[in-house]
Design a protein around this ligand. Structure first.
Ligand code: DUT
Length: 169
C-alpha cells in the first residue's frame, strides 16, 4: 500500500470494543454510535494531523480517565506508523493527556484479530479544576503518519496478532 486508508471496524468489533469501555451501554446506543462514526479527517490542506472524532460523549472531572473505542482501523504503508497525539486545543484548555503519552499505531495492527481497532485512553490532568466536556462527533485526538527506520541487520520474523501487550506475552 502506497499511502494509507481509514475504515470503520465491523459492527461486531465496535460493539465488543464499546462494551469493553462502557459496560452499561445498550445495543441501540452502540448501533447509533456506529452509524454516526466518521473517518478521521484533516481540518485544512496544511494540517499534519487527522482529527479523530469521539463516538461517545467525553465528560471528565479532574483525575478521571476514559478509554474511547474510536471504531476506526487504518491500513498504511508498512514503513509507516500512525502516531496519536492530543489535540492542542484540548491540551491547552484542560491539560487533557493520553494515558500512554503518545499512541503508537503499528502498520501490522491492521491485521490483528481485533481488526486493528484503534483505542484512545485519556485522562483529565487539569490542575485548575476544569471539567472536560467533548460531545460525541467532535475531535478528541489527532493522528500523524510518519515513516520509521530499521537497523541494517534487523532480522525480526514475528507477526502481530492482537492488541496491547500481545507481543510481550
Ligand atoms: O493508544 C494506542 C496505542 C496502541 N494501540 C494499538 C495499536 C498498536 O499497534 C497496538 C500495540 O501497541 P504497542 O505496541 O504500543 O503496545 P504494547 O503494549 O507494546 O503491545 P504489543 O506487545 O502488542 O506491541 O495497540 C491503540 O489502539 N491505541
Amino acid at each position: 500500500m502506497e499511502k494509507a486508508k481509514f475504515y470503520k471496524v465491523s459492527y461486531q468489533q465496535f460493539e465488543e470494543g464499546y462494551l469493553d469501555c462502557q459496560p452499561q451501554a445498550n445495543q441501540a446506543e452502540i448501533q447509533a454510535a456506529y452509524d454516526a462514526l466518521k473517518l478521521p479527517k484533516r481540518a485544512t490542506k496544511g494540517s499534519a494531523g487527522y482529527d479523530f472524532y469521539t463516538p461517545i460523549d467525553v465528560v471528565l472531572k479532574p483525575g478521571e480517565t476514559l478509554k474511547i473505542p474510536t471504531g476506526i482501523r487504518c491500513e498504511m504503508n508498512e514503513s509507516w506508523v500512525l502516531m496519536i497525539y492530543p489535540r492542542s486545543g484540548l491540551g491547552f484548555k484542560y491539560r487533557l493527556q493520553l494515558n500512554n503519552t503518545v499512541g503508537v499505531i503499528d502498520s501490522d495492527y491492521f491485521n490483528s484479530d481485533n481488526e486493528g481497532h484503534i483505542f484512545i485512553k485519556m485522562t483529565n490532568d487539569s490542575n485548575e479544576g476544569k471539567i472536560v466536556d467533548v460531545k460525541a462527533g467532535q475531535g478528541i485526538a489527532q493522528g500523524i503518519f510518519m515513516q520509521y527506520g530499521i537497523v541494517e541487520d534487523d532480522d525480526v520474523s514475528e507477526t502481530r496478532n492482537g492488541g496491547f501487550g500481545s507481543t510481550t506475552k
